[in-house]
Design a protein around this ligand. Sequence first.
Ligand code: GLU
Length: 513
Amino acid sequence: MNKKVRVRFAPSPTGALHIGGVRTALYNYLFARQHGGDMLLRIEDTDSSRFVPGAEEYIIESLRWLGIEIDEGIGVESELNTHGPYRQSERREIYHKYVSELLESGNAYIAFDTPEELEQKRLEIKNFQYDATTRNQMRNSLVMSKQEVDKLIADGAKYVVRFKVEPNEEVVVDDLIRGEVRINSSIIDDKVIYKSSDDLPTYHLANIVDDHLMEISHVIRGEEWLPSAPLHVLMYRAFGWEQSMPKFAHLPLLLKPDGNGKLSKRDGDRLGFPVFPLEFHDEKTGVVSSGYRESGYYPEAVINFLALLGWHATGDKEIYSMDDLIKEFSLERVSKSGAKFDYEKGKWFNHQYLMNRDDSVIASEFKPILDAHLSEEGVECKLTLEQIVHIVGLLKERVNFVSELWEQSNYFFVAPKEYDEKSLKKRWKEDSKSQMRELLSVLEKQDDWSASNLDTVVMSWIAEKGYGVGLVMNAFRICLVGAARGPHIWEITDILGKEETIRRVKSALDVLP
Ligand code: GLU
């Protein structure tokens, strides 16, 4: 019988959630939704030395912002949580039971070797590995009598429990992305699965016990965990759970933009783009790392961007809503090789989502940014919301982010205080001043300020005088905008209105040569 699809995202709260982790969460979510399954969030916090305060809340907020919904586990109403607790540090008793079980069945043993003793062995034996070839030379319950072991423990000696890997067994990891990965168990060392020092299991034990007890059907996680998978298979075998073991899918790494190596947490600041979903304030180090949300990304764009880093559908389609992804995603189409992190493509996605948004929605997103700039300039907004919507429609093609609209549109709100040197050099000629004086008197006479009327009148005046259209219109643009940029000139005069247009031409005439 096929198990119900249950997947989990199992981050460790060791800092901000890396964008690669977000992609893992996303693929798990898509898979769960596609199969009508459950998406769990489990916090793997057995390594207390790496715990970062605030990291768990950060993870929850990130997933929420991105629309990755959790059905069970951390951050979910308690009555849906039938397999809890979901924070590993709260599951000590459960792990005790399973560690004892492995000890009793002879699949694990107690080891007292101190870090110094282990270091000494590494010096003595080249490529030392704690395994079938060396365990008999070490201080553990395989070579000591039970009395000795009990006495050491009673005396408070620190110990670990190691999983006993039998050599020369074939281990097969059947990976949904990579196919069969076969290895010989002799290369696996006897991993520590429990430490008495903090009375906690290590990742390996906690991870497989939880996946079993939480009835996880598919483990979808990053490629960095592939080397652990054979050990996990052996552990499932030791518990007698191999038949019901989850299926594995190891996702390809996210690579640096140049393809050289794994995208690291530090690459963001080094290369100037966020590698975290939300801005993160590390309380321990005081370092603030930038986030996609604060950089002005739409969550839909981030989802779309991440979905295509490692997965692609059959056709050329690039724009996918979450619903499209849920329908079309498949683990079979996840690539085996690493996916280059193309940040420019991320911006392109945001642009696409911006272009597909209603101008009025963008205007409402832009308004607070605009108000902040205007208050900094000490200027009041003279334009109506309708006009702002119109401006957004004219300029959104030119930006990737809503915040960039200010740079593109500031002259609509604030008259130029200075005039761009480069534009002047190229576009403001000897005749410009006198032509602008004449244009001013043409404009002043107009009662009909519509774009079509202004175009007719101004063009016929230019033709009559035999002036160059480009020269006149560019000089005019400099007067209104302060530089040779912006949308069509009659769009600008329309929004500024007659009074403001005339005022700007006059001000320019006051200062320009
Ligand atoms: N706690 C591990 C991590 O931080 C989870 C690995 C897994 O999914 O098994 O990535």
